[in-house]
Design a protein around this ligand. Structure first.
Ligand SMILES: Nc1ncnc2c1ncn2[C@@H]1O[C@H](COP(=O)(O)OP(=O)(O)O)[C@@H](O)[C@H]1O
Ligand SMILES: [Mg+2]
Length: 262
């Protein structure tokens, strides 16, 4: 009789555990062609877990935005593996990358709001819903309320402060409840108090929704919100540490609370 052993099902290594939302393996990235070809990222390996806030820091030109835009499926992966929310991005075409992006919330330094639209309309534009306009408005107003702008929903950007505009941008990024939020220097244009408010809101929402936040920042004042801090230098991932380890290693004045008190 045929007694071939029945293979025991093995976990498929290409399907990641539910706990990991981003898995990077051996990722290289180059800009330019021919003689002008220049490597921007070298053999990046990284796991981002659900519910974690990870801060990415490092000198200007070290590759932070490049890595963020690769993870955000805004550019295509050329070498290595990059799995985002269970999907391998290497080899995906333009259309498939657009699909991946629908599960990601983006927050940039410049808030990129439409000047002619109110706060609520700016958020409504992002609502992915086939329902009616009233439902979209309701979702937008709910999210603006959660970021503390209930009394500003019908204001246009020109009549909002920098911190308020950035909060509208956060509401817009979060209105579809993305599992992954990518933020590139979201507090860079803000004063101390507004910057702190913005990251506190992001932190609360991340914990409530169990999503992952990867945030690029140079802002030492907000490092304490991070579960981990990764440091990129010349395209290499140099370290992956807790905020306290990072502060000790980089001679940042103690994370003793006082530097974060607003
Ligand atoms: N579109 C581009 N074309 C060519 N080189 C680029 C481009 N974007 C970034 N670079 C280069 O890649 C490196 C990393 O840039 P970037 O990811 O923007 O760094 P960071 O966000 O850390 O300041 C830099 O040397 C930069 O000059
Ligand atoms: Mg950058």
């Amino acid at each position: 009789m045929n007694t071939l052993p029945v293979p025991t099902p093995q976990p498929n290594p290409s399907i990641q555990s539910n706990d990991v939302s981003v898995q990077v393996r051996g990722l290289n990235y180059f800009f330019g062609k021919g003689d002008l070809r220049k490597q921007a990222l070298y053999d990046i390996n990284l796991d981002l877990h659900r519910g974690q806030i990870v801060i990415m820091t490092g000198p200007s030109g070290s590759g932070k935005t490049t890595l963020l835009t690769l993870i955000g499926a805004l550019r295509s992966v050329e070498q290595g593996s990059l799995q985002v929310l269970g999907r391998e991005l290497h080899g995906l075409g333009q259309r498939q990358r657009v699909e991946v992006r629908r599960n990601i919330g983006f927050i940039f330094q410049a808030h990129n709001l439409f000047a002619s639209l109110t706060a609520a309309q700016n958020v409504e534009m992002a609502v992915e819903l086939t329902g009616g306009l009233r439902q979209k408005r309701q979702r937008a107003v709910e999210m603006l309320t959660r970021v503390g702008l209930a009394d500003r929903v019908d204001y246009k950007p020109a009549n909002l402060s920098g911190g308020q505009k950035q909060r509208v941008a956060i509401a817009r990024a979060l209105v579809n409840h993305p599992q992954l939020i990518l933020a590139d220097e979201p507090t860079a244009a803000l004063d101390r108090k507004s910057g702190r408010d913005v990251v506190t809101i992001m932190q609360q929402l991340a914990k409530e929704e169990n999503c992952t936040i990867l945030m690029v920042t140079h802002d030492n004042r907000i490092l304490d919100v991070a579960d981990r801090i990764i440091n990129l230098v010349d395209g290499h991932l140099e370290s992956d540490e807790s905020p306290q380890q990072f502060a000790d290693a980089h001679a940042i004045k103690a994370l003793d609370g006082s530097m974060f008190v607003m």
